[in-house]
Ligand binder design. Structure first.
Ligand code: ATP
Ligand code: MG
Length: 557
């Protein structure tokens, strides 16, 4: 676990330091800047919690800004999903939803200003040549032959780039900084490129588009962002961030400051939009919201709660060094939340019929069962002569330590009676088809023998009133090495058994007519959520997480 929590992290310390120096007297302002080229994943959840959390903690504001500078990969489906996911996590951008594309005119003007200051030039080198000229980590780059074009010529060429006179790749605009800089990012980075493609918001207005490194700092500055929090890979871009804002004369007392933190890596999980997109597009999962996906929409459908995800993000904290967080910790947070908040019900995943031979055929009792030990509440559960129990709760040749049902043995039915197994009924092939048992009629709560010592208690569902349900059990989507690292070829690591569908589970009737998103604890089995595939006629559940908490257990060792 990281050494810090969200409340007292190094970013907050930096903010405190800035405020002490009299900077940012108008208040703290952060932003979450997704590129709308995919659905958000659990790593983004960390960034959302961090950015909105910092704003909240400092009585400031957090903007949502779509970083839509790359028109070829972006679309409105992604924009809509991103908005929905942030709101679902419990955060609000108020009336401050922006797009980098809102600033295309301003960004263009800034580019001209750089040219006028002799700090940018139009380059005719091809992409390959630019790469070649850039040098390496150990060798300095060499200047482009076009580097010293006069300001007027640069202005003219840049305007003609904008006017559509050149083909894609024919020219670029570059910042003029230092081709010998030890930081390769500072070796005259490209800031505008030609791309004759329509943009999902600006249509055909532009055929030149700003590069991320140029658009991002300026978008931050335009919006009055004070702290531009991003992941570590941008650390080497920070000198350019500062160079750009300095070159364009933004006031050091108010202009944004970039601070980097380590991205979230989770065991057994890929957190790269590109890879997640591949899983969706090549049909390895049912969609972006497949419950096995580490996307926010996948986690929502899986039954993870916003509170659990926020808690998780708080617990992992923010650090400056990359680390791998155990997926079990996320599950732990989900389990804790559901343990407190999910109602308990009885369900049988692998039904085996039990006939209670001494219980009247026409009798039905309504037993009372508690919903949740923490919040109280109760419900009626019908009991009758024929019930379902789980096949795994009966063993014909049971070892001594098996405390569930066995021939001649007794077990307590949760919320009901003690029963004894009298006879095992089999078909011609020797498969067990049903059990004949007797009830101890006085063993119900309040009865004379209710306190009788019985080692095992199992759940059950009365046959007559049972609801049929489809239950989807999920296992890890990707197989990993023993440390939880996903191999490079993650497609080859896909787990063939990541989804197991039980078509004929039985559930007590109290859950009738519940719809998508409702959580339950199936007693003794795990936490489940009603899937959106559910209709009033057919229940479909997803297993959220099992009951066993491997993370909490490991912490105790
Ligand atoms: P990906 O690598 O999945 O494409 P990205 O960084 O390109 O992610 P963006 O849409 O640009 O995706 O990300 C929006 C914000 O979320 C950025 O500030 C980025 O730093 C942050 N972010 C992305 N992935 C993670 C992660 N794994 N942990 C923490 N923050 C992340
Ligand atoms: Mg990105």
């Amino acid at each position: 676990m990281a050494e810090t929590t969200m409340g007292t992290n190094f970013i907050q310390n930096a903010i405190d330091e800035d405020l002490k120096q009299g900077k940012y007297s108008d208040g703290i302002h952060t932003r979450f800047p997704p590129e709308p080229n995919g659905y958000l994943h659990v790593g983004h959840a960390k960034s959302i919690c961090l950015n909105f959390g910092l704003a909240e903690r400092n009585h400031g504001l957090c903007n949502l800004r779509f970083d839509d500078t790359n028109p070829t990969k972006e679309n409105t489906e992604f924009v809509d999903s991103i908005k929905k996911d942030i709101q679902w996590l419990g955060f609000s951008w108020g009336d401050r939803m922006f797009y980098a594309s809102d600033y295309f005119d301003k960004l263009y003007d800034f580019a001209e200003k750089l040219i006028e200051k002799g700090l940018a030039y139009v380059d005719d080198l091809t992409a390959e040549q630019i790469k070649e000229y850039r040098g390496t980590l150990t060798e300095p780059g060499k200047p482009s032959p076009y580097r010293d074009r006069p300001v007027e010529e640069n202005l003219d060429l840049f305007r003609r780039m904008k006017a559509g006179e050149f083909a894609d790749g024919e020219k670029v605009l570059r910042a003029k900084i230092d081709m010998a800089s030890p930081n390769v990012v500072m070796r005259d980075p490209v800031i505008y490129r030609i791309a004759h493609v329509a943009h999902h918001r600006t249509g055909d207005k532009w055929c030149i588009y700003p590069m991320y490194d140029f658009a991002h700092p300026l978008s931050d500055a335009i919006e009055g962002i004070t702290h531009s929090v991003c992941t570590l890979e941008f650390e080497i871009h920070r000198p350019f961030y500062d160079w750009l804002l300095d070159s364009l004369d933004f006031d050091p007392m108010t202009r944004p400051r970039q601070i980097e933190f380590a991205r979230l890596n989770l065991t057994n999980t890929v957190t790269s939009k590109r890879k997640l997109r591949q899983l969706v597009e090549e049909g390895y999962v049912r969609g972006w919201d497949d419950p096995r996906m580490p996307t926010i929409s996948g986690m929502r459908r899986r039954g993870y709660t916003p509170a659990a995800i926020r808690k998780f993000c708080e617990e992992i904290g923010v650090a400056k060094a990359d680390s791998l967080v155990d997926y079990a910790m996320l599950e732990h947070c989900v389990r804790e939340d559901l343990n407190e908040n999910a109602d308990r019900v009885m369900a049988v995943l692998h039904p085996l019929k039990v006939v209670l031979t001494n219980y009247p055929e026409d009798k039905q009792e309504w037993l009372v069962a508690d919903n949740n030990p923490m919040h109280g509440g109760s419900r009626f559960v019908p009991f009758s002569r024929e019930i379902w129990i789980d096949r795994d709760d009966f063993l014909e040749d049971a070892p001594k330590k098996f405390f569930r049902l066995k021939p001649g043995g007794e077990v307590r039915l949760k919320h009901a009676y003690i029963i004894k197994c009298e006879e095992v009924i089999k078909d011609a092939e020797g498969h067990i088809t049903e059990l004949h048992c007797t009830v101890d009629p006085d063993s119900k709560t309040g009865g004379a023998t209710a306190g009788r010592k019985i080692k095992g208690t199992i759940q059950w569902v009365a046959c007559q009133t049972a609801l049929d349900a489809e239950v989807r059990l999920y296992n890890t989507l990707l197989e990993t090495d023993e440390n939880g690292n996903v191999p490079q070829d993650f497609i080859a690591a896909l787990n063939k058994d990541s989804l197991e569908v039980i078509a004929d589970a039985k559930i007590e009737p109290s859950v009738k007519l519940t719809a998508a998103g409702t959580h339950y604890q199936f007693l003794r089995i795990g936490y489940f959520v009603v899937d959106p595939d559910t209709t009033p006629e057919k229940l479909v559940f997803n297993r959220v997480v099992g009951l066993r908490d491997s993370w909490a257990k490991a912490q105790k060792k």
